[in-house]
Design a binder for this molecule. Structure first.
Ligand code: SF4
Length: 93
């Protein structure tokens, strides 16, 4: 029996230390550098980011997903909301 392939199996972060993606020192200015390097070459970056963007923002405060930090994901949600709003407005014109 073939099992369904899960995109998470292609994640570039597999096997990396968890601390790289969920740093203990959340105030260090370079805390995301290593994770961003890994995420940059990840084949499933888009899926990873979408999974987390669809979460309630209140639950999305830690870690890096899709190459984006929690603060960057706040901006990404805003950008996506604006795109939806613009598309909806252009459909009514
Ligand atoms: S984009 Fe997501 S799945 Fe890919 S390496 Fe980064 S955290 Fe892991």
């Amino acid at each position: 029996m073939n099992r369904r392939h899960d995109w998470r199996e292609d994640a570039a972060c597999l096997g990396n230390p968890v601390e790289v993606f969920f740093p203990h020192d959340t105030l260090a200015s370079d805390r995301w550098v290593q994770a961003k390097i890994v995420c940059k070459s990840c084949a499933v970056k888009r899926q990873c980011l979408s999974l987390v963007i669809d979460l309630d923002p209140i639950d999305d405060k830690w870690g890096i997903f899709g190459g984006k930090t929690p603060q960057e994901r706040i901006k990404e949600r805003e950008r996506r909301r604006n795109d939806v709003r613009k598309n909806a407005q252009s459909n009514y014109r």
